[in-house]
Design a protein around this ligand. Structure first.
Ligand code: AMP
Ligand code: MG
Length: 317
């Protein structure tokens, strides 16, 4: 997807704001992030406030390079090294043991920190100019739809952030995949890198978190990524015409008829295209004044698992 250029002047202003405790929304290849300098406890606290995010839900720290990574974590175990070599810079987040400098507000009191090195040129330039790792959750109110365009951020949080860098629509449109490295590599969140690709590099990863270890995986709430309009996962052929008039529809390949508003994610059935359009389509349908949004399930392989994860949580009430 086309990436809009951001001027040197804008980047310099954004970096200066961050260095002095400001909050800047910026594009990454996954979704838009709400950034603060990771070592600035007050700025990090403001992120939680702006998002109305519960304190037990830790943030992801973004780094430009190995040097910034070393400022956040105690060590990089061999399994993590292999993932870094294969997927960084890119949409894979690793959970590693944190350094002293990373505050416990940022990590929700955990001894670990989630880190990733983004590939988006604007995110990278911002990290380099700021000269510090940047903590950044998605730039939306907690529990709502993730922002894949600067307009989504402006609509939801425009009056509460110091600046929004507009880099155009994001490439993946889905959050990063998250892997806990120790004691056993475990998938904490399906995301922009399919778990099959991760397993091709490090072998089988645990996909179910053992009961009782909820603190290893905070933020995996059953109700998340939700539009204001109720979402229902249902195969289009099961919805009679008379139930469609007041509702909206989000189909996988073919736009459905009879709805007040209807979109399809990818006419060619390409899951990568579907993922990139998912949140934007939901934002649009959410604004259509419909009584509900009927969403067609997508095949649960590759990126389909991450898409279905968002849709299942988004439809949970
Ligand atoms: P986001 O809202 O996209 O910034 O994602 C943050 C998510 O990363 C949280 O909701 C957690 O599920 C996960 N996470 C962040 N830090 C940790 C950590 N130290 N241990 C386990 N999961 C983490
Ligand atoms: Mg989020």
């Amino acid at each position: 997807m086309a990436c809009l250029p951001v001027s040197d002047e804008q980047l310099e202003r954004a970096a200066a704001l961050l260095r002095t405790g400001g909050i800047v929304a910026f594009p990454t290849e996954t979704v838009y992030g709400l950034g603060a300098v990771a070592f600035d406890g007050l700025a990090v606290a403001r992120i939680f406030e702006i998002k109305a995010r519960p304190r037990f839900d830790p943030l992801i720290v973004h780094v430009a390079d190995r040097q910034q990574l070393a400022q956040c974590v105690i060590d990089v175990p061999p399994v993590a090294e292999r993932l870094i070599a294969a997927f960084w810079p890119g949409p894979l987040t690793l959970v590693l043991r944190k350094c002293e400098a990373i505050g416990s507000l940022l990590t929700g009191g955990l001894a670990t920190v989630a880190v990733r090195m983004p590939s988006h040129p604007v995110a990278r330039a911002l990290l380099e100019r700021t000269g510090s790792p940047i903590a950044a959750p998605s730039a939306n109110p907690f529990g709502g739809l993730s922002p894949t365009r600067a307009e989504h951020v402006a609509a939801a949080l425009g009056d509460r952030v110091d600046m929004i860098l507009d880099g155009g629509p994001t490439e993946y449109g889905l959050e990063s995949s998250i892997i806990l490295i120790e004691p056993t590599p475990t998938l904490l969140r399906h995301g922009a890198i399919p778990v099959e690709q991760i397993e091709a590099v490090i072998g089988p990863v645990q996909r179910d978190i053992p009961p009782g270890s909820a603190t290893l995986a905070p933020g995996r709430l059953p109700h998340h990524y939700a539009p204001h309009t109720p979402l229902r996962l249902i195969a289009p052929e099961r919805v009679p015409m008379q139930e469609r008039t007041e509702a909206a529809s989000l189909a996988f390949r073919r736009v459905q008829s009879g709805y007040r508003a209807a979109l399809a994610l990818s006419p060619s059935g390409d899951l990568r295209i579907a993922a990139a359009h998912l949140f934007d389509a939901l934002h649009r349908l959410d604004a259509a004044g419909a009584t509900r949004i009927d969403v067609e399930p997508v095949p649960e392989s590759g990126l389909g698992s991450a898409i279905m994860d968002r849709l299942t949580r988004g439809s949970a009430r």
